[in-house]
Design a protein around this ligand. Structure first.
Ligand code: N01
Length: 544
């Protein structure tokens, strides 16, 4: 090849407009944008919403609240930030979390890098230039060296299709796409479809206003009382006195958040003492209930003991024994994500609340006046879909992503979300999928995971810049090993043994794979750090 040819060729190589495109302006995307800017990379962020917040922008339904304690569900990268923000409740409500995220966006002037009201529709890798062409629904195309997804695990809503939808004349809502203006249910007959966290949190509040609420239940869920309460100045001050130490201790735990763990088997205690321990954790409330014994999620008999305890609790709270029976799950305790609620079981003692079992024929159709379920017509002024998400992968696969050799993400993930470290996908160079399948993500505190991933990605990009690399691609060997590690970790847990969004069974046709890495936050971080320290072992790095 002559020198002229080489020059001509170089000139035709496409140059990136920016170092990175970051999709999503929730916790993950915002942190990524901040870290990129701090390290001198140019980046553009995009979000379909008109503002920052990600999942906390859209999920505004009554009662929406986090199930990780507020003092831990927040950023820790800046001591000043964590000292200045004052959380008001043990579990923060959606408005407070959104206010916090907005505060972060303003404090670090992040909005100037983000284009809102804009959805990313497609991204295509160009092998000649080692760049991604990222296309928006507004017709813009941005060329970036790196394509970074901060799109969340629970952000692709699903809504079942029923016959007769066009006939129905009442109001329709979806918890995950709730309107910005509050909805007034006073004097209305409301139907809620679903019994996941979204329905469980919203039902008690909607029941306070509505004339009547029908909750359509296909499968009951275990609902632990959140035991939410205001945070006192003393407890906030105690944590803030050594916030760094508190965070460091949290990161030593499998879930990266602190809660009291009773490291003994259910069967180490005699029945009375066992009951007393479970009562203690019931009173403690929320997800920490899973820390009552160390074998709840691993031993069928231990799990069955806890499920029996649950039945007795529901029987105590719910007046009508038939309703109590219907509300009692018959699957492993904690197999689906445990729901943290407030007055959920108590709400079924209200005269204006009916539990409708739709486990047989299901919801058959919508009618002009409401819906028909199990052969009965219900007149409804409003129907609320609390029907969940195409979790872990839907927010990625809803984008037309094409990697090397024309391989699409939809094809690549036909049999499940194969990846390396959760972060990268063989055949999709320079693409990072943050806090998602293959990493602790939904099993740890998401904000801590967002920081860990943001730091790892920016370190990787800095390494590439330092060594003039323009492409990084996970090898299929490394990916296969990681997938085997993720699968092996999940096999020991009872969590793989029921239908849930963790395994993708709530989406018709989706491959059944336990998507997050359940091996724990510390071993995961060790692995990521070892890979980085060894010059990105398991990756092919190339220069143009
Ligand atoms: O969704 P879900 P979600 N007919 O998938 C039912 C997080 N989150 O939005 O179980 C009738 O749990 C479906 O029934 P079944 C949290 O991680 C957190 O409530 O498939 N019913 C199920 O009951 C949570 O786990 C908080 O039989 C139908 C429900 O819809 C995750 O998001 C708050 C149906 C969906 O439940 C998802 O929670 C909210 C049909 N055709 C959410 N189709 C916090 O507390 C579906 N269903 C932080």
């Amino acid at each position: 090849m002559t020198e002229t040819n080489t020059l001509e060729q170089a000139e035709t190589v496409l140059r990136p407009d920016v170092d990175a495109v970051v999709v999503g302006a929730g916790f993950t995307g915002l942190y990524m944008l901040l870290r990129l800017r701090q390290e001198g990379f140019t980046a553009r962020g995009f979000d379909a919403a008109p503002g920052v917040g990600g999942t906390w922008y859209w999920n505004r339904y009554p009662g929406a609240r986090c199930d990780i304690e507020s003092m831990q569900y927040s950023f820790q990268f800046d001591e000043e930030l964590q000292q200045e923000w004052r959380w008001t409740e043990r579990y923060a409500s959606q408005p407070e979390i959104l206010a916090y995220i907005e505060h972060v966006a303003n404090r670090y002037d992040l909005r100037r890098d983000i284009t809102f009201n804009t959805r990313i529709e497609a991204a295509t890798f160009d092998e000649t230039s080692h760049t991604w062409l990222v296309e928006t629904d507004g017709g813009e195309a941005v060329r970036a060296r790196h394509f970074i997804m901060g799109v969340g695990c629970l952000s692709a809503p699903i809504r079942p299709k029923f016959d007769g939808e066009a006939d129905y004349r009442g109001e329709v809502y979806q918890t995950s796409l709730w309107p910005k203006d509050p909805v007034d249910f006073t004097g209305k007959r409301v139907g809620i479809i679903g019994t996941g966290s979204s329905a469980i949190q919203s039902l008690p509040l909607i029941a306070e206003d509505a004339e009547h609420v029908y909750l359509y239940q296909r499968t009951p869920n275990f609902v632990v009382p959140a035991q939410n309460r205001p945070l006192s100045d003393e407890e906030v001050a105690e944590i803030k006195a050594d916030y760094k130490g508190f965070r460091a201790r949290a990161k030593q735990g499998l879930t990266a958040f602190l809660f009291p763990r009773h490291d003994r088997s259910v069967f180490d205690l005699a029945p009375e003492a066992r009951r007393a321990k479970l009562d203690e954790y019931w009173d403690l409330g929320g997800l920490p209930f899973l820390g009552a014994f160390n074998d709840i999620l691993f031993d069928e008999e231990a799990n069955a003991e806890v499920a029996r305890y649950w039945r007795s609790r529901i029987d105590e709270i719910v007046d009508d024994p038939e309703i109590a029976e219907l509300l009692t799950p018959d699957e492993f305790f904690g197999c689906k994500r445990l729901c943290a609620g407030t007055d959920y079981y108590e709400t079924f003692n209200r005269d204006n609340v009916s539990l409708v079992d739709v486990s047989d024929l299901g919801i058959e159709c919508l009618t002009s006046a409401g819906l028909r379920a199990e052969g009965v017509d219900y007149d409804l002024d409003a129907i609320i879909y609390a029907t969940g998400f195409d979790a872990m992968t839907g927010s990625v696969t809803r984008i037309r992503i094409t990697g090397s050799d024309g391989l699409t993400i939809q094809k690549k993930w036909e049999d499940g979300p194969s990846n390396y470290l959760g972060l990268t996908i063989a055949g999709f160079p320079n693409m990072f999928n943050m806090v998602s399948a293959g990493s602790p993500s939904v099993l740890a505190t998401m904000v801590t995971c967002a920081e860990q991933h943001g730091d790892w990605v920016v370190d990787c990009l800095s390494y590439m810049r330092e060594h003039d690399f323009t492409s990084i691609n996970a090898t299929t060997v490394a990916e296969d090993d990681w997938v085997a590690t993720v699968n092996a970790a999940s096999e020991v847990s009872l969590r793989t043994r029921c239908d849930s969004w963790y395994v993708g069974s709530n989406v018709v046709g989706k491959a059944r794979v336990f998507a997050p890495y359940i091996g724990g936050y510390p071993p995961y971080v060790d692995k990521c750090e070892t890979v980085a320290a060894t010059g990105y072992d398991g990756f092919d790095l190339e220069r143009l």
